[in-house]
Write a new protein. Sequence first.
Length: 392
Amino acid sequence: MERDVVLKADKVCKIYGANRAEAERMMAAGHTKEEVQKKTGATVALWDVSFEVNRGEVFAIIGLSGSGKSTIIRCFNQLLRPTSGHVYVEGRAVDSMSKKELLELRRHKVSMVFQNFGLFTHRSVLENVAYGLEVRGLSKTECAERAMEFIDMVGLKGWEQSPIHSLSGGMKQRVGIARALTSDPEVLLMDEPFSALDPLVRSEMQFELLKIQRKLGKTILFITHDMNEAFKLGDRVAIMRDAKIVQIDTPEGMTTNPADDYVRQFIGSADKTQVFTAQQVMIGHVCLVQEKDNPSNALRQMQREGFSSAYVVDNRMRLLGVVTAESAVEARQKSRPLAEYIERDVISVPPDKLAGDIIPLTVGARFPVAVVEEDGTLLGIITKAALLSCVS
Ligand SMILES: Nc1ncnc2c1ncn2[C@@H]1O[C@H](COP(=O)(O)OP(=O)(O)OP(=O)(O)O)[C@@H](O)[C@H]1O
Ligand SMILES: [Mg+2]
């Protein structure tokens, strides 16, 4: 598939302070942001930051406070201008846009969702969500209709007349998201949108955002300082440290191949069960028998491979269940077909199910969990040992 780059940062630097030339020279010579600050008084907020975000992708940027996350995201709607380097939206350099183009960009292409919600607290939910539409010159009824569509989508139906100050933090952020969506932007810029929320509400909002993203296919640049959040939401994750990007990779790639100790430390704080999917922890080698096999063949198969049970599939590899060695012996003694002894209550999960969501299913399970495609095709099995090894 051809890549369709929507956001691009190309060698972006942002330096605050008077002595920029000297700061640049020092950074280029490999000094740290701290050294530069001491020597020159200038603050390097971004240094040589490059990345691309593809259409429909959620790109998460994570880093400690002061690492430059807000600075880079704000370059994309020109709330800030890079000192050098460029950012592009759909191939257009933002810093070369005219006033009019920039206005268009902010109204139609990119919407920003802020950590502190940025809402009119004395106005109602509906008024806040419709705000962006009114300035576009739609009629009052059109605005309200469209706003209601998104209020519904973020789960706030029935609250449209409530004033913002009467809402909880999670609800306020739902309003913020609805408002950002009303202009039907291609890109959502989200700067720590869920940081102010308590953990339960936060994970609810993460789920909500993913649902919306899957439905609308928005391109999302998502800033966080929570590794779990980055891994949960990000198709790819960039780690920032002291104005630079240290690594960009998928959550799995980063977990498997951390670029350095700093990244390793960050990953250490993440819950790996929320990173790895069934497909990634499953064992592809399964003792397989066909339902039409006779019991002796099935037994031989189990003996040869050293298993005390086998997964039974039909002629198209669709999972039917499990037979144990004992029941295969019984079938052979009684000259009954193997199919009569299939135990069908095998737990199965789709390949994209998270390891963390599989662990509770294995409690008390008699057989390893089966990983099956939507049409029932067996892909592999997950043993408890395999699950535990991904957690540790
Ligand atoms: N207007 C400014 N003048 C001088 N320095 C600034 C200015 N804005 C930001 N900085 C500096 O730039 C660096 C990056 O700031 P930025 O706000 O991008 O960090 P951040 O990663 O978003 O942090 P946080 O997690 O706290 O939001 C910091 O060292 C900050 O002090
Ligand atoms: Mg910030």
